[in-house]
Design a protein around this ligand. Sequence first.
Ligand code: HEM
Length: 225
Amino acid sequence: MQLLNSSVGRKIIMAVTGLLLISFVIIHLLGNSSVFLGPNGINAYAEHLHALGPLVWVFRLIMLTLFALHIWFGVQLTLENRAAKPIGYAQKKRLRTTFAAETMIVSGLVILAFVLYHLAHFTLQVTNPEISAGHLPLDAMNRPDVFSMVVLSFQKSFIALIYVVAMLFLLFHVSHGFQSFFQTLGWNNKKSLPVFGKISKGLALVLFVGYVSIPVLIFVGIVKL
Ligand code: HEM
């Protein structure tokens, strides 16, 4: 409990939950890339995941807790930081800070909005039920047709655009967030700071290109039914 009461403790929780969330985003991208293998890729992947049964719910509960802690302490730290800075924007100095660092709360809240939409879209399948795996016929191997759901979704410009824009915010968030992890744990010094900065930006870019390639390649018709 002492950990939660100190600002350093809260930062450590942000760092650890942030790292675990980034790990999920990396693994989720690897799994989603199976869409490029066609129905036998992503439908088989989805079927294996769902076959884990109760384990899926344990995983979902862990994810929800991580996400809730990360958001709760992120909002709290932002409010604390703002309260501690009495100077108005007229005098605001941009000392060793970046656009991504200053807008972490904005990019974070946009990612939250995206995740809520994304769950409604692909997991609950309520935003476009007519093209959801729950409504479409099973595939040739009698599996829920996640491939057709994803392809039919990203053929719609509005849905593809939502995903591309959301991934831009993810790019900003991870490009600063990953580097903050090392800073919070005190693992960086003058020499290593630029290195961690580059690793962070590189990872954010790889995730951005990887995720965006899915809606874009489907929208332009390179990946199709
Ligand atoms: C092009 C981008 C993306 C695609 C195509 C995609 C695809 C999917 C699909 C098909 C599912 C449903 C899996 C199933 O129940 O069978 C899913 C679930 C999910 N996605 Fe994504 N995703 C994308 C980006 C993201 C991003 C960037 C995040 C996080 C920031 C994310 C977080 C989640 C979460 C939390 C779930 C729920 C997992 C569960 O049901 O337990 N996704 N995604």
